[in-house]
Design a protein. Structure first.
Length: 247
């Protein structure tokens, strides 16, 4: 485009030699082509010291946007954890059923909720309540089958395993938990599976995590859809901690 413009001006000068192209016209022509040069040059300096810095400006804007998105995700994450903690701190009065029966009811409700209610804030809010109740109830079962629940075909059963490990992290289950989180097909359940992963890592320490587990987490991040910004953010934070620990 620049070459064509220059040739056009040269042709005009040949055809109409009397037409005068003053300095202002040239300056305006230069300004007109400046946006097209941003991809080629880091900066363009015109006579008089006017300087256009494109790449640096784009990088600063992109960094600011990423930082704002990270802050938004962190606030949203903290809000979700606070809501879960608030519900889980309740004493459960008003229900006379035992822990095993209550867990079974919550599993069924989670499954039925996804069938009867479309995705949206209302369903998410009730799912958070279900998860919070599971975090309170699952540690009460001494014979809770964590391994079996993690590989269950039932989403509510898997969610109960995530709740148990989130409330009561056990390092021995980290590889199975990471594998379940990587293969989890329900976005809500995967979010809390990854939260449980973070809780377990907090207990055992990042330097105790196996390399194979780190690879599973990287694979999970690579497989996430573009819209899964909250889970991707969480995984990047986890991987950053693990990479920092391993040097």
């Amino acid at each position: 485009m620049i070459s064509i413009g220059a040739l056009g001006l040269a042709a005009l000068h040949v055809v109409e030699p009397d037409v005068q192209i003053d300095g202002a016209t040239l300056a305006l022509a230069a300004i007109a082509v400046v946006p097209w040069l941003g991809a080629l040059f880091e900066s363009i300096e015109l006579p008089g010291g006017a300087k256009f810095q494109y790449r640096r400006l784009e990088e600063r804007l992109e960094a600011a946007e990423q930082q704002a998105e990270s802050v938004r995700l962190a606030v949203d994450d903290a809000s979700r954890q606070a809501r879960v903690a608030l519900v889980a701190s309740g004493d459960g009065s008003g229900r006379s059923e035992g822990a095993a029966e209550a867990i079974g009811r919550l599993r069924d409700e989670f499954t039925n909720l996804r069938r009867s209610l479309p995705s949206g804030p209302m369903r998410t809010y009730r799912q958070q309540q279900i998860f919070a109740e599971l975090t309170r109830l699952t540690p009460q079962l001494a014979d809770f089958d964590i391994v079996g629940a993690l590989v269950s075909a039932n989403g509510g059963t898997r969610l109960s395993a995530y709740a148990r490990l989130y409330a009561y992290p056990e390092g021995e289950h980290l590889p199975a938990l990471v594998e379940a989180a990587t293969e989890e097909t329900l976005a809500f359940a995967q979010f809390w599976a990854l939260r449980a992963v973070g809780a377990v890592i907090d207990v055992i320490g990042p330097d105790s995590v196996r390399l194979s587990t780190v690879r599973h987490l990287r694979s999970c991040l690579a497989q996430l859809p573009q819209t899964a910004t909250d889970r991707a953010h969480m995984l990047r934070v986890l991987l950053g901690r693990l990479e920092e620990a391993t040097g």
